[in-house]
Design a protein around this ligand. Sequence first.
Ligand code: DQA
Length: 146
Amino acid sequence: MTKPIYVLGGPNLNLLGTREPEIYGHATLADIEAMVRAHAAGKDAMFRQSNHEGELIDWIQEAGREGAALILNGAAYTHTSIAIHDALKSISIPIVEIHLSNPAARDAFRQTNYVSPVATATIAGLGAQGYVLAMDAAQHLITSGG
Ligand code: DQA
């Protein structure tokens, strides 16, 4: 049986579609999931979102045990969470960091990033389409042994 690709989302991503659409776009998380599933037909993907740091950490650990790769939008925890950084360091599957916006081009407080140093790759600033590219990147990393 093939292992799923975990697609985990952090705080406030449940509000996509209505949350600051000028920054994050009009697609909801369900729209993004449908786009990715249509693109990656036949591939097993496990989509989850939580507003809670500990729950995300539990899922990162689960992805390390049961997943083939992890696509993570840590949202604001990207900029604050040493615990998520440590959880990512503890797993050995490919990690693709994803952001809808490009945090590097935004507020000063978004310039601290605890995910990028432990991610295999980062995709940012491409909106919902970035998730489709992240799925391709994860597939590539799995097949290339990355
Ligand atoms: C985000 C960027 C983060 O800085 C922000 O806190 C988010 C969303 C993005 O997808 O662009 O919640 O991760």
